[in-house]
Write a protein that binds this ligand. Structure first.
Ligand code: 5GP
Length: 120
């Protein structure tokens, strides 16, 4: 599998500060910000700062420090958004997974009772 990163994608522009975002949390390796079209009361995107196109790319190629930084940001987002009663983490991937933005992002969605993960 070849992972070809397009540095003109919208999240690359957000990371470079070319497009504003509502930041929830940031550390050396990750940025978390509000989704522009929230699907629930809590809808935050967590992205690595490195050029990874997808979850499988990130899991295969990111360093231990990058992966730790990313998951530290996920933990912080779960804490500050108060999703103690539960949430859903989604990483849509490529065509079958209906991924729109080709920079790895994890959706953290919650703050209300969600429906089933997939239609039956
Ligand atoms: P995907 O379909 O790739 O998993 O999700 C992309 C997400 O990025 C969508 O939920 C969409 O609302 C969000 N999004 C797209 N463009 C922007 C933007 O410019 N700013 C923010 N904050 N979110 C965006």
């Amino acid at each position: 599998m070849m992972f070809d990163y397009d540095d003109q994608n919208i999240f690359a522009k957000i990371l470079r500060g070319e497009i504003p975002n509502k930041t929830v949390f940031e550390n050396d390796h990750a940025l978390a910000f509000e989704d522009i079209q929230p699907q629930a009361p809590v809808h935050v995107l967590v992205i690595p700062k490195g050029p990874y196109v997808s979850l499988d790319h990130f899991a295969a190629a990111a360093s231990a420090e990058e992966q730790a930084g990313f998951f530290a940001a996920v933990a912080e987002v779960c804490k500050v958004t108060g999703v103690d009663e539960g949430f859903r983490a989604i990483a849509n991937t490529r065509g079958h997974g209906v991924q729109d933005v080709p920079h790895f992002h994890m959706h953290i969605i919650g703050g209300t009772q969600l429906g089933r993960m997939l239609p039956k």
